[in-house]
Design a protein around this ligand. Structure first.
Ligand code: LLP
Length: 427
């Protein structure tokens, strides 16, 4: 993140604070999140899209009450995908009309809570859900604003588990075969629903704009069909999230203003060509906002050198605080941050303390050959999908999230304790 530097002794400082002092005060492993960077990224997205569009931060990347307050203050909206995320958003004061509810199998309780709270939109993901949401809204005497999520048939170039626009998958309703057009037909007939637009999310950690452009074009095509069939112009389009970030120096991410320009140009051009008014655009970045703003700080516990092969450097966390390497073959970088070293670089594998060999944090990295127990290592770009996907595997205690701003650090999510674990174990 932007405020990470090395001081004259080679010790890394975050917003002016020495990582050794941070480790001392907050323990390791811990996530340190740069609040100013987070807010700056929110503003960059909001400014890039301007007043004619809405930016919904995707809470699944990482959500806490402090995050909700910052989003609120920076004028962003919030995409939640579960009752838990909705509860956090409401508890921290996000106005309900700035919340969107997602999910491919929302429960009756989740839908009811969202409709009662008055969320700005529910994104309908299936034929059953069209009826379900309409029914719940009618029972509550409400008309719920909804979008329909479609799969546009784009193959996004990303890991299979996080690509979502091809048709053979659980999310959304296919444009192909007239499925989405049929969904629109049904939604328009139901009194409990106000259909405000079409939603498409093509995947995550994407660098190539081409997939977004195809997606935009196909969504506008559907709006055109809807106009021709029903004589109405749906007023909104949401093109989802998915913008990639730099995990290593090989990655070359697009900036929010490039994305905003490309998306609004294509939507405007296609709508003009079809004689449609330009709908209000929204996007749902998660990773691109929070990912780069945090790093994980670990302490080295053991070092095992395999002559001519590699060195295993074990840290005090692992797959319980960052599952992404094991799950998606994700790549991360790592740095020795508690001192400098002139020792030769050695091929290292940074591994965790869990009981399986796949417990890898950084698969291949060069660390100084004198790395030793007690050294502190930092893994950057862990703000997205690390704390939010953290687990208690091996009864690990999930690490805290510490926000740093103006030379001050404060816990926004505290470290779990053994009492927290035992509290759930009522047997
Ligand atoms: N909107 C929808 C409907 C989504 O499903 C997602 C992510 C987003 C927005 C935000 O995408 P982002 O801008 O963060 O890429 N756990 C995986 C990522 C799963 C993403 C799921 N949906 C990972 O760690 O890479």
């Amino acid at each position: 993140s932007r405020t990470v530097r090395r001081n004259a002794d080679g010790v890394v400082t975050v917003g002016g604070l020495d990582v050794r002092a941070l480790a001392e005060e907050f323990g390791t492993p811990a996530y340190f999140l740069d609040e100013d960077d987070f807010r700056a990224r929110c503003r960059a997205w909001k400014d890039a899209f301007g007043p004619e569009a809405d930016v919904f931060y995707a809470g699944k990347a990482f959500l806490s009450r402090a995050i909700v307050r910052w989003l609120n203050e920076e004028g962003l909206n919030l995409d939640v995908c579960s009752g838990g995320e909705l509860a956090t958003a409401l508890a921290a004061g996000m106005p309900a009309d700035r919340i969107a509810l997602h999910g491919n199998n929302k429960s009756t309780e989740e839908i009811t809570r969202a409709v009662e709270a008055g969320v700005g939109r529910i994104v309908l993901d299936s034929f059953q859900e069209i009826v379900r949401v309409a029914h719940i809204a009618e029972q509550l005497g409400k008309r719920q604003r909804v979008q329909i999520r479609v799969t546009v048939g784009v193959e996004a170039h990303t890991h299979e588990f996080i690509a979502t626009a091809h048709e053979d998958q659980k999310f959304g309703i296919a444009l192909a075969g007239g499925q989405a057009a049929e969904a629109v037909r049904r939604a328009l007939k139901l009194d409990g629903l106000e259909l405000i637009g079409i939603h498409s999310h093509i995947g995550s950690q994407i660098f190539d704009m081409a997939g977004f452009e195809v997606s935009a074009r196909r969504v506008v095509q559907l709006l055109t069909e809807v106009r021709d069939e029903h004589g109405i112009e749906l007023p909104e389009i949401d093109l989802g999230g998915g913008l990639g970030i730099a995990y290593t120096s090989e990655d070359d991410p697009r900036e929010p203003h490039e994305i905003a320009k490309a998306l609004s140009e294509i939507v405007t051009k296609e709508c003009r060509a079809a004689g449609l008014g330009v709908p209000r655009l929204s996007v749902e970045p998660g990773r691109a906002i929070v990912g780069p703003t945090a790093f994980t700080l670990y302490e080295v516990g053991t070092v095992k050198e395999l002559e001519g092969l590699r060195t295993y450097v074990s840290v005090d966390g692992g797959m319980s605080d960052n599952i992404r390497t094991a799950l998606y073959d994700a790549e991360y970088s790592v740095a020795l941050v508690s001192r400098t070293s002139d020792a030769e670089p050695m091929l290292s594998r940074v591994v965790g303390k869990h009981c399986e060999s796949g417990d890898i944090v950084v698969r291949d990295a060069f660390l100084p050959s004198d790395v030793a127990p007690g050294d502190l290592l930092a893994v950057p770009a862990t703000g997205a999908y690390c704390r939010s996907m953290a687990s208690n595997y091996n009864h690990a205690l999930r690490p805290p999230v510490v926000a740093v701003t103006n030379g001050e650090a404060r816990v926004i999510v505290r470290r779990e304790t053994e009492e927290d674990l035992l509290r759930l174990d009522v047997g």
